[in-house]
Design a protein around this ligand. Structure first.
Ligand SMILES: CC(C)(COP(=O)(O)OP(=O)(O)OC[C@H]1O[C@@H](n2cnc3c(N)ncnc32)[C@H](O)[C@@H]1OP(=O)(O)O)[C@@H](O)C(=O)NCCC(=O)NCCS
Length: 176
């Protein structure tokens, strides 16, 4: 187990570049579906402040995470998809990728992040279901979580939360 976990330290975590697009597409298709891969590619090419990070190991892209601006509370992001190639799971690479993404989002002045995911996994980063309670969205529920990057960024907020139109096309495939 020690050796498996040390692999995450050998990987590098960085923003994706245009030349990574084919690898990201292949990774998202392998983990999810071709449709999800297409949508995530469209989202990467969306607003310039979209955050797209990869985990790279020995020149191979083994993980990808996307944080897309959403309309609702001020400076809010949605995290999805988040995917690690099956052969490289349970080595803390996904954890490191989220940590790097959160750090970068905070540096860029984002105030909060929403995710639909496993609470047992995302709670390690501080995501909580009750923090997301104010969001009016079709996939509201115990697996809809939020993280405040700035203290009290979501305190007292409630209202509609709008994801990009493209995201809705992949929601059913990734909300499992
Ligand atoms: C979820 C995913 C991104 C995690 O990445 P990873 O690199 O395998 O995870 P890490 O090695 O960082 O973390 C492993 C830990 O997470 C736990 N874990 C992994 N997947 C989990 C899940 N779906 N639910 C709850 N816990 C999970 C493991 O039990 C392990 O726990 P430990 O740290 O206490 O030993 C990866 O498994 C994946 O790509 N899954 C398929 C796509 C997916 O479900 N994406 C998330 C939806 S937004």
């Amino acid at each position: 187990m020690v050796e498996r976990k040390s692999i995450a330290g050998k990987a590098s975590y960085r923003e994706s570049k245009s030349e990574d697009r084919a690898s990201i597409r292949g990774l998202q298709a392998a983990v999810y579906t071709n449709a999800v891969a297409g949508v995530s590619e469209a989202l990467i090419s969306g607003p310039a402040d979209t955050l797209s990070l990869v985990a790279e190991l020995d020149g191979e892209i083994v993980g990808h995470i996307l944080l897309t601006p959403v309309n609702g509370p001020e400076r809010a992001l949605a995290l999805a998809p988040h995917a690690i190639l099956a052969a490289w799971r349970d080595m803390q690479i996904g954890t490191e990728l989220v940590r790097h993404a959160i750090r970068l989002a905070r540096e860029r002045g984002w105030r909060c992040v929403f995710v639909f995911g496993q609470p047992d996994y995302y709670c390690r980063f501080g995501f909580k279901s009750h923090t997301a309670d104010g969001a009016q969205i079709a996939w509201q529920g115990p697996r809809f979580l939020a993280l405040e990057l700035e203290a009290d960024a979501l305190r007292g907020w409630s209202g509609p939360l709008e994801y990009p139109e493209a995201y809705k096309a992949m929601a059913s495939a990734i909300h499992k």
